[in-house]
Design a protein around this ligand. Structure first.
Ligand code: AMP
Length: 464
């Protein structure tokens, strides 16, 4: 199996009169932050299915001639996020090839595909070069071809889908949304004047005029067809929403698990202020994801928050570049200091997380060059010590700075005067969802969804 680390955005629409592909396009635009490598839409008009996929940002993948081909009242779409090098346009989603009767869009990751690939081999299917999503597509198709419904096919497959998935499935007549029993990745349901929409995040519903109804429940399958919306429970829910969605990935205008992402981030800032005592003259957020936390921190500390670093919004997320050197350059291209704000000041720079440490190191250097007298780095989440297997892009464990170094060593590595992290309890207080209903694996190494043979990749160590 090809190693592809994905964290993606999915959007689906079932409507009676509107052109579904245009709605999905708008939805994908709002979910651009969840994947910038490529995008795809598959639509259907009750008889046939139409597809278009391409590398690049949503704004550059679609055009008027494309929309005139993407006919129909049903559509699903996907924004892909991957950090692996090379040209992976073969893996763009929705998974769909001409002649298929099923399209599939996946957000998440199956950590261990042993059972799934065994099943496919036993039934004469090749899996070479297939990723987890493509294998899921093949397995569901296997049962559809035998005449089963999507619900029956999923019931037969669910025990082989050992991992994390928020899925959108589509035939020429139906749209189906499914969330794994743990609900690690989000999936929101919205109501349109004349139909329904499903989105990775609620922030994508309003731009298309949909009203958010609720989230698809962990273990739930929701079907949309000419008879309306039907819901079925495939498995008992064991909710473990990924806390990192709140920390970094989701947009602040989304609501996850009934909780506003923006409020969680502001409360993380409040928690930081009550946990730390950093003497500083100015608080500067690393844009964009750390802005709410910096607002909260500044509010409680009664110190001015100022924009001392500005982001060029037209550069893709730093992680998108596979080679470390290119990633280094990217930080400098993407972020630029405002020396007037930093010069001669004791600056507290707030970021949401440290993963490899690349960003913090560059930013500290940037702030010093711009004349900052002292640079303190304040992180609104705990140290990321463990790798992710559930669809977030994190590097292997030895590339995580906090897995290799103590906090003082990290501080020295990034060149800061001091380095502070929010405690896990502080983060949990900010989120306000019970600990046992969250996935905290990046911080604790506790993996609520079995990661099978990938356990061998995780090392546990005494935390200094
Ligand atoms: P690093 O430079 O490797 O330490 O990454 C940390 C920076 O990247 C922080 O500024 C975060 O806002 C951002 N970040 C954190 N997690 C991710 C991720 N999974 N993908 C892309 N960027 C991330």
């Amino acid at each position: 199996m090809q190693e592809l680390h994905e964290k993606c955005g999915v959007f689906g629409a079932y409507c009676n009169n509107l052109e579904a592909a245009r709605l999905v396009h708008m939805g994908l635009w709002a979910l651009q932050h969840r994947g910038q490598e490529g995008s795809g839409i598959v639509s259907a008009d009750g008889k046939s299915m139409y597809a278009h996929k391409g590398m690049g940002l949503v704004a550059s993948v679609y055009s008027e001639p494309v929309f005139s081909r993407l006919r129909g009242h049903i559509a699903i779409g996907h924004n892909r996020y991957s950090t692996s090098g090379g040209n992976y346009d073969d893996h763009l989603q929705p998974v769909f090839r001409r002649g298929d009767r099923l399209a599939l869009a996946h957000n998440g990751n199956l950590a261990d595909v042993t059972k799934l690939s065994r099943f496919l081999h036993e039934h004469g299917h090749e899996t070479d070069g297939c990723n987890d999503s493509e294998m899921m597509h093949k397995a569901i198709m296997f049962w559809l071809i035998k005449g089963l419904t999507i619900g029956e096919a999923l019931t037969n497959c669910i025990d082989m889908f050992t991992g994390v998935y928020s899925l959108l499935l589509m035939t020429a007549q139906q749209l189906v949304a499914v969330r794994d029993p743990f609900g690690v990745r989000p999936l929101s349901l919205g109501h349109l004047e004349d139909g329904f929409a499903v989105a990775s995040e609620s922030c994508a519903l309003t731009p298309i005029g949909a009203t958010s109804i609720r989230e698809i429940r962990p273990g739930e399958m929701v079907t949309f067809d000419q008879h309306g919306m039907h819901t079925a429970k495939l498995r008992d829910a064991k909710p473990h929403l990924d806390v990192f969605e709140f920390v970094y990935f989701a947009r602040p205008d989304s609501v996850l698990g009934g909780v506003s992402v923006n409020e969680v981030r502001e409360r993380s800032g409040h928690e930081l202020a009550s946990e730390l005592d950093v003497d500083c003259d100015v608080i500067v957020p690393v844009p964009d994801s750390a802005i709410p936390a910096a607002i909260g921190f500044a509010e409680k500390r009664d110190i001015a928050m100022r924009l001392g670093i500005v982001k060029n919004r037209y550069i893709d997320r730093t992680f998108i570049k596979p080679v470390q050197r290119m990633r280094d350059d990217d930080v400098m291209i993407k972020l630029n200091p405002i020396p007037d704000v930093l010069r001669g000041k004791r600056v507290a720079i707030v970021d949401d997380s440290i993963v490899r440490g690349t960003t913090s190191k560059k930013i500290v250097r940037m702030a010093r060059r711009a004349g900052a007298k002292e640079v303190h780095v304040v992180v609104s989440s705990p140290p990321v010590r463990f790798p992710d297997f559930y669809g977030i892009d994190t590097p292997v464990q030895q590339d995580l700075l906090a897995a290799r170094m103590t906090i003082p060593e990290m501080c020295e590595f990034i060149g800061a005067d001091s380095l502070h992290f929010l405690s896990l309890n502080g983060l949990l207080r900010a989120v306000g969802i019970p600990r046992e209903q969250l996935c905290l694996s990046l911080f604790t190494g506790e993996y609520p969804v079995d990661i099978g043979n990938r356990k061998a990749e995780v090392q546990y160590f005494a935390i200094a």
